[in-house]
Design a protein around this ligand. Structure first.
Ligand code: NAP
Length: 321
C-alpha cells in the first residue's frame, strides 16, 4: 500500500499565482483616497501630461490605459499625440512648456520614440520634479544612492507586489535577468535597498541557468517569449515575469501552455495575438513556489505605480510632504 508520504512526494508541484490585478486595484484606491484628500484640504487636483510621438500601436494602447487609469483615480490628464515627423526641437519645446506650467505635476514621454529622436536627450529635458516615470539621470542617480526619489514604475510595482504578498526579500538571493534602464537596473537597486543579495544577468551571462537556479527570487525582463524554463528555477522560488510579448503562432502557444493552450488559441483567432511573458508557465509551474501571470501580473502594477508617482509629485511640488 502507498504511504501518505509517498503519495505526497509524487504530487506534481503547481506554483501559486501572484495576483497583480488585486494589488494594482488596492494601490489605485489608495491613490484615489489621497487625491480626494488633496482636493478637500488644499484644492489641488494632480495633473499628468502624456506625450506620444508617431503611430506605434502598442504605445497608443499603453498611453490610453494610463489616461483611463488617471480618470478612474481622479487625476486630470492630457494626451499630447504628435506626428511621426515631429522634430527634436518641437518636442523639446513642448516639454519645456509642460515643465513651466504650474498646473502640470507629472510628464511622461512614451517610449520608444521614432528612430530620429534621441531618447536620452528628451528624457533629460523633463524637469526631474515632474519625472513620474523615474527615468531622468538625476532620479536614477538618487535611486542608486538609496535616496528618496521617483522609482521607475515597473520595478516599484514589483516590490509592492512582493511586499503585499508577504514574499521575503531581505537576505534572499535575488536574480534579475535583463539590465535595461527601465526594468532590470532599477529593479536590482530596489532589491538591494531591501537587503537582498542581488545578481544581474544579461545576454552575455555564461551558463545562465546555473546562476538563476541559485535564486530564491527570480525577476525576468528580457523580451523573449517563454525563454525561462524548468532548468532555470530553484525549487520553491518566486518567479516574476516582466515580459510582454505578442505571440501569434500555435506551436509556441502549445509549448508554453500545454493543456491550457485552447483559450490562448481562441484569443489569437479573435485578436490576432496573445500576450505571453518571458517565462514558460507550464514548465516553471512544475518547480517554482510562486509566479506572476501574463497578462494579469506586473503590467497592471506599472500603471498603478504611475498614479502613485503622480500624486507624490503633486504633493512634493507644493511642499505637502
Ligand atoms: P530591453 O531593453 O530590450 O532589454 C532586454 C534585456 O534582456 C537586455 O539587458 C538583454 O541583455 C537581456 N537579454 C536578452 N536576451 C537575453 C538572454 N537570452 N539571456 C539573458 N539576458 C538576455 O527590454 P526591457 O525594456 O527591459 O523589457 C523586457 C521585457 O519586459 C519586454 O518583453 C517588455 O515588453 C517587457 N516590459 C514589461 C513592462 C510591464 O509593465 N509589464 C514594462 C517594461 C517592459 P543585453 O543588455 O546584454 O543586451
Amino acid at each position: 500500500m502507498q504511504s501518505a508520504k509517498d503519495s505526497m512526494t509524487k504530487t506534481k508541484n503547481q506554483a501559486q499565482l501572484l495576483d497583480g490585478a488585486v494589488i494594482a486595484e488596492q494601490i489605485k484606491q489608495e491613490a484615489a483616497q489621497e487625491i480626494d484628500r488633496l482636493w478637500v484640504e488644499h484644492e489641488v487636483r494632480p495633473c499628468l501630461a502624456a506625450v506620444r510621438v508617431g503611430d506605434d500601436a502598442a504605445s497608443a494602447v499603453y498611453v490610453r490605459n494610463k489616461m483611463k487609469a488617471s480618470e478612474e483615480v481622479g487625476i486630470r490628464s492630457e494626451h499630447h499625440a504628435l506626428s511621426a515627423t515631429t522634430t527634436a526641437v518641437e518636442l523639446a519645446d513642448l516639454i519645456e512648456s509642460l515643465n513651466t506650467r504650474s498646473d502640470v505635476d507629472g510628464i511622461l514621454v512614451q517610449l520608444p520614440l521614432p528612430d530620429d529622436l534621441e531618447e536620452a536627450g528628451i528624457i533629460e529635458a523633463i524637469d526631474p520634479a515632474k519625472d513620474v516615470d523615474g527615468f531622468h539621470p538625476i532620479n536614477i542617480g538618487k535611486l542608486s544612492m538609496g535616496r528618496p526619489t521617483f522609482a521607475p514604475c515597473t520595478p516599484a510595482g514589483i516590490i509592492e507586489l512582493l511586499e503585499r504578498s508577504k514574499i521575503a526579500i531581505s537576505g534572499t538571493n535575488a536574480c534579475v535577468v535583463g539590465r535595461s534602464q527601465i526594468v532590470g537596473r532599477p529593479m536590482a537597486q530596489l532589491l538591494l535597498q531591501r537587503d537582498a543579495t542581488v545578481t544581474i544577468c544579461h545576454s552575455r551571462t555564461r551558463d545562465l541557468e546555473s546562476v538563476t537556479r541559485q535564486a530564491d527570487l527570480l525577476i525576468v525582463a528580457i523580451g523573449r517569449p517563454g525563454f525561462v524554463g524548468r532548468e532555470h528555477i530553484k525549487p520553491g522560488a518566486t518567479v516574476v515575469d516582466v515580459g510582454m510579448n505578442r505571440v501569434t503562432d500555435e506551436a509556441t502557444v502549445r509549448r508554453l501552455f500545454g493543456e491550457d493552450a485552447e483559450k490562448r488559441l481562441e484569443t489569437i483567432s479573435r485578436r490576432g495575438y496573445t500576450l505571453v511573458g518571458d517565462v514558460n508557465p507550464s514548465e516553471v509551474d512544475e518547480v517554482a513556489g510562486w509566479r506572476t501571470p501574463v497578462p494579469g501580473g506586473v503590467g497592471l502594477l506599472t500603471v498603478a505605480m504611475l498614479m502613485r508617482n503622480t500624486v507624490k509629485a503633486a504633493k512634493l511640488r507644493r511642499g505637502l510632504i
